[in-house]
Design a binder for this molecule. Structure first.
Ligand code: HEC
Length: 137
């Protein structure tokens, strides 16, 4: 009897430990105090603070530049894109490798480096697979 209780307790501790580790590693971004997160930017090798201000500017830049072509009814032949079109990793590839034709033909030039980094911050936070029910209002 005593042995059963002991095993049940031990099992619970192991389960909790595994749960904590898996929740802790689910996020690529590192939580900092105040609820905001950080993102390591591979292209510029800088640490980005994902402040509300940066995210708002990123959203506006994405709408004004990227979405001017990547909207549903564009005539530029660009595919419809929104934040959840890609995962964090896929968006990161877009910006570090700069593989899209539009990045190569100068369509991104309206955005200075810092403005482009904010677009990336915004996409990082809102990418596919980042929905967190604990943060839902
Ligand atoms: C002047 C129009 C234009 C602008 C502005 C533009 N794009 Fe594009 N983009 C295109 C076209 C045309 C293609 C090639 C067709 C396609 O794959 O959508 C393309 C391709 C892409 C692709 C490859 C498609 C895919 O799903 O992988 C990505 C990613 C992309 N653009 C992202 C962006 C981002 C991010 C911005 C803003 C920083 C941007 N584009 C701004 C026209 C544009």
């Amino acid at each position: 009897m005593l042995r059963h209780i002991w095993f049940a307790m031990f099992g619970g501790v192991v389960f909790l430990a595994v749960l904590t580790v898996s929740i802790g590693s689910a996020d690529d971004g590192e939580e900092v105090s105040g609820g905001s997160m950080k993102r390591f930017d591979a292209r510029t090798k800088t640490c980005r603070l994902l402040s509300d201000q940066n995210l708002i500017v990123g959203y506006r830049n994405f709408q004004a530049v990227c979405k001017s072509c990547h909207n549903r009814e564009n005539e530029q032949g660009a595919k419809f894109l929104y934040t959840e079109s890609k995962t964090r990793r896929a968006w990161e590839r877009v910006f570090t490798k700069m593989y899209p034709v539009c990045a190569k033909d100068g369509s991104w030039d309206r955005l200075a480096t810092e403005d482009l980094l904010k677009v990336q911050d915004y996409l990082f936070v809102n990418a596919a697979g980042t929905y967190d029910s604990r943060c839902a209002a």
